[in-house]
Design a protein around this ligand. Structure first.
Ligand code: UDP
Length: 327
């Protein structure tokens, strides 16, 4: 079976994708600097603790690798507005170093974690892949820059002297868990909606709702919530495509259906049986009003479809995981 390097494999989506890859029989090695991920998410025999900026270390790990799945990045929109330099250095600089290591090691296939944040405030929703890039946060800008570099590498065949091929997966809102594998969402500090709703429900301390004056049905932001298991399946499909010699692509990964923050809050109350206290707050910098995917291209090209992304199924898996891993 092919050997895959997963960068950022100690993180939330990375660790769950590894679980899916190994179930499929892939050999997996991992590079993670553990600055944001959790050591216990990865089998120690698979893990090299290194920064992607350490090109020599990453080149060594790439020996015998057939393709890379690249998750390692910082992901907090709000933090990226306060510390843009950190996001460009880690998300762009780290990725460029990875490309150099791949060139040295002769590895020329990559699946990239991109984001709906590359679109900013889209002109139309659901958002197709050919929508204009107009990110409104340094986080989104860092991912858009990497996509530009990927296009250039593909055009110029500049990795390993042979055709470089990639799939960029633009995630909408990753959520849910793989409770059976003991894997789920646990960021510190936590900034994501669903774990924060659970924390508010359990602690009784209100969650702040960032903005109630958006042009949406109830004034709160609309997002397309995609189960992390469905997201992991999209990575496996993208790898199969590249390993079979497929062309470069970018794909939205979402369901095509949006929920407002208040709808997610109410659904959380139903799933947990607890009241979620909340208070209305100012808009958060860098937030777009509505992000919903047109995911038709991924469905038709890679025969992928969301199977676990019903909002109640997402919240049920996430709640199971949260109860076993309280903050
Ligand atoms: N959100 C919120 N309060 C919070 C965290 C998030 O109102 O404490 C909102 C946020 O403004 C966005 C949605 O929930 O509209 C999803 O945010 P999250 O950070 O989970 O994901 P993002 O959309 O930034 O990728």
């Amino acid at each position: 079976m092919p050997k895959i390097l997963v960068t950022g494999g100690a993180g939330y989506i990375g660790s769950i994708t590894i679980h899916h890859l190994m179930r499929r029989g892939f050999e997996v090695v991992v590079v993670d600097d553990l600055s944001r991920g959790h050591r216990e998410n990865v089998n120690p025999s698979q893990l090299t603790v290194a920064r992607l900026q350490d090109t020599d270390a990453v080149t060594k790990v790439l020996a015998g690798v057939d393709a890379v799945v690249h998750f390692a990045a910082y992901i907090a929109v709000g933090e990226s507005v306060r510390k843009p330099e950190l996001y460009f250095s880690n998300n762009v600089g780290g990725t460029v170093s990875l490309f150099e290591a791949m060139a040295r090691a002769g590895v020329n296939k990559l699946v990239f974690s991109s984001t709906a944040a590359v679109y900013g405030n889209p002109e139309r929703v659901p958002i197709p892949e050919d929508a204009r890039f107009d990110p409104v946060s340094p986080y989104g800008e860092s991912k858009a820059m990497v996509e530009k570099i990927l296009e250039s590498l593909d055009r110029n065949h500049s990795i390993a002297g042979s055709a470089f091929r990639y799939v960029a997966l633009r995630y909408f809102n990753a959520c849910g868990a793989e409770p059976d594998a003991g894997l789920g969402e646990r960021h510190e500090p936590e900034t994501h909606l669903i774990p924060l709703l659970f924390r508010a429900a359990v602690s009784g301390k209100p969650i702040q709702i960032f903005g109630s004056d958006y042009p949406t049905p109830d004034g709160t932001c609309t997002r397309d919530y995609i189960h992390v298991g469905d997201l992991a399946a999209a990575h496996v499909a993208a790898l199969d495509h590249l390993l079979a010699g497929g062309a470069s692509h970018c794909f939205n990964v979402g369901t095509g259906k949006g929920y407002t923050v208040m709808e997610v809050l109410r659904a959380t109350e139903q799933v947990t049986g607890l009241k979620v206290p909340f208070e209305m707050a100012l808009r958060r910098d860098g937030d777009a009003a509505e992000l919903v995917a047109d995911a038709a291209k991924l469905r038709s090209t890679l025969a992928w479809k969301p199977e676990r992304s019903d909002l109640h199924a997402i919240l049920t898996d996430a709640w199971n995981y949260f109860q076993k891993h309280p903050a």
